[in-house]
Design a binder for this molecule. Sequence first.
Ligand code: UD1
Ligand code: UDP
Length: 366
Amino acid sequence: MKIVTVLGARPQFIKAALLSKELRKNNQEIIIHTGQHYDIEMSDVFFKEMGIPEPDFNLKVGSGSHAQQTAEMMIKLEKCFNSLTPDMILLYGDTNSTMAATLTAAKLEIPIAHVEAGPRMFDKSVPEEMNRIVTDHLSTLLFAPTKRSMENLKNEGLKEGVHLTGDVMLDLFMYFSKEADKHSNILERLGLKEKSYILATVHRARNTDEKENLKAITDAFLEISSEETLIFPVHPRTNKFLKKYSLYDDLDRNSNIKLIKPVGYLDMNFLTRNARKIVTDSGGLQREAYFAQVPCITLDTSTGWPETVEAGWNTLFEGYKHKKFIEKDIISKTIVNFEPVGEYRNVFGDGKAAYKISDIINEGIY
Ligand code: UD1
Ligand code: UDP
């Protein structure tokens, strides 16, 4: 089978790492990189470090408004799909690259396989929620990472072609933890000891784009830094807004807050497993915190991964609606006080999701 995989953003490169290798045993895979993420540390590093096959095409779409970015991707993808005549389009997650490829493929009547189908935040103001809903409803094969994701799909009337496979992120976490143990020296580089720091990432538009929200978060970080060391790999979106709102000065002056560029997957994996707590709005990192059994404070009101909250290892914030965040004090208190309250249960599969997905695609069960 000729499979065209469309990738564009950091979490998608990561998610493709093991499944791509598996699929290539029996199929021809062509990778199209939309160019949504383009910095070396947001893109190239993952292909090199995780052995992901180099993209066959890079559409170099880059950054832009939602409509601009999505439209340019669609125009370029349509040309590629028409000339490549794929049997199937393989997509991951919920980014604009995912949705652009979905709309383009669906209108050309090319079957779509969607890895990570079904998570829902039940908040249609979130761009990723829109992308997930569109992609799930237009896909032929839907690979759900959890039972909850399966239920969500069923509740939306999606039953055909839906498979519970487990989460490819768990496969990756298990496989690359061994690699990280061998190759990562990030703790030495940053002068850190195990379990002595909080790892923080922030990049959701509603946390970064409004000054009030981003300032509440950085002020909370400044407040807790008298007691805690924070490691903060800064996403380029966040970098842009920290500069725009002049929030870097106070952070830079504080020696307990280590601002670093985004790191590769091996260093991130090592930082995650050795953190005392994780503070994040990343869907991927929430799950990795759970896999590593590190308490997680999620800077959001809902999550696509409620299993981690129900298990007692993740906590959310109530009380902020679209564009308006809660107060700094609530953030800092929650970070300081949150402790896991439940027993760890594995709800993300057995670490063999990539094999299962590959088998289903190979057998043509759809
Ligand atoms: C995107 C996805 C989000 C995902 C995240 C992973 C959408 C709507 N959002 O958000 O679901 O969680 O990727 O990290 O698809 N920029 C750079 N260099 C880069 C990439 C981006 O400087 O290599 C800057 C640009 O100023 C850009 C901004 O970051 O405008 C946002 O990038 P964009 O890809 O639009 O959204 P993300 O916030 O990265
Ligand atoms: N990640 C990374 N380096 C970093 C920050 C995150 O490798 O500096 C990894 C993280 O471990 C996870 C993935 O990127 O595997 C999550 O991507 P991101 O937070 O960008 O997007 P989301 O998961 O929220 O869509």
